[in-house]
Write a protein that binds this ligand. Structure first.
Ligand code: PLP
Length: 272
């Protein structure tokens, strides 16, 4: 990544998300992925968790006004080329992030609608889903839900076939704003069976990104890593399908190498 510094400027990517002290998910994972993919990573802390590879033991909110102050202070000085939004935790934080995005209007906004951890712990309070749907979704340029999150956003049960995924991708895209080019990347990791597929949809094209399941229990932070990789790559490619292919390839390699790490005895992190 240093070689490219002589040509195009190094993009500044920002994650607005939660902290996972074990470093597998949240902003620590995001910044690792951004660094590995040629971007400079910045982070605004939106929620605090106490967790390890076995699960989340505590969640502490960050005062919404302080989340806003972090964003204002950063944007007053640093050119931000892309933003990734992850765990927000509570409705007032979701609302302040939406308000700041509307003010600063970054070119790329990757919205990962984080709701529940793989351990089953609730990462977004139920009364915040409405604010996410009404205030943040319209500002996203790329929405990256998994199948359970897509179900919650649409108020339906999570789907289980690729055919149903196409309909869900279309319905989600209809909920995003119509100005500008906006995409949904619907992640099929929760499909039953060995094959998985992610769908990319912009209201017109429906692109399938097939994947093979990697046999490992170490998949903590995969969603965080993917959306952070997208935020790092979008300013460099300027093309969502190309950024999505490269981000997915990066994540697949990170999962394939996860077993090299020895971090905790539960669901361990992926290797960047
Ligand atoms: N903790 C934080 C702070 C997160 O942002 C996320 C991400 O989505 C998680 C935990 C959940 O990670 P996973 O479900 O991949 O274990």
């Amino acid at each position: 990544s240093r070689a490219r510094a002589q040509g195009a400027p190094i993009p500044n990517a920002l994650t607005i998300a939660g902290v996972d002290p074990s470093g597998g998910a949240g902003i620590l994972a995001d910044v690792k992925a951004m660094s590995a993919l040629g971007a400079y990573g910045c982070a605004v802390i939106a929620a605090l968790t106490a967790q390890n590879t076995q699960g989340v033991s505590h969640i502490s909110p960050v005062p919404p006004a302080f989340v806003g102050a972090q964003i204002d202070t950063l944007f007053a000085d640093v050119r931000i080329d892309a933003v990734k939004i992850g765990m927000l935790g509570q409705r007032p934080v979701t609302e302040v992030v939406a308000e700041k995005l509307a003010r600063y209007r970054p070119a790329h906004v990757v919205l990962d609608p984080v709701m529940v951890a793989k351990s089953g712990d609730l990462l977004l309070e139920n009364d915040a889903v409405g604010a996410l749907r009404e205030a943040l979704l319209p500002q996203a340029t790329l929405l990256t839900p998994n199948l359970p999150e897509a179900g919650v956003l649409l108020g339906e049960r999570a789907v289980e076939t690729v055919k149903e995924m196409r309909r869900v991708a279309e319905k989600l895209r209809e909920r995003m704003a119509y100005s500008g080019h906006r995409w949904v990347m619907l992640k099929g990791g929760h499909l039953p069976g060995q094959d998985t597929v992610d769908l990319l949809h912009d209201g017109d094209r429906m692109i399938e990104l097939p994947g093979l399941r990697v046999e490992t229990r170490n998949t903590h932070g995969t969603g965080c890593t993917l959306s952070a990789a997208l935020a790092a790559l979008l300013p460099q490619t300027g093309d969502v399908p190309e950024a999505a292919r490269r981000a997915k390839a990066y994540l697949t390699e990170a999962i394939r190498h996860a077993d090299l790490l020895q971090v905790g005895s539960g669901h361990g992190p992926v290797h960047h």
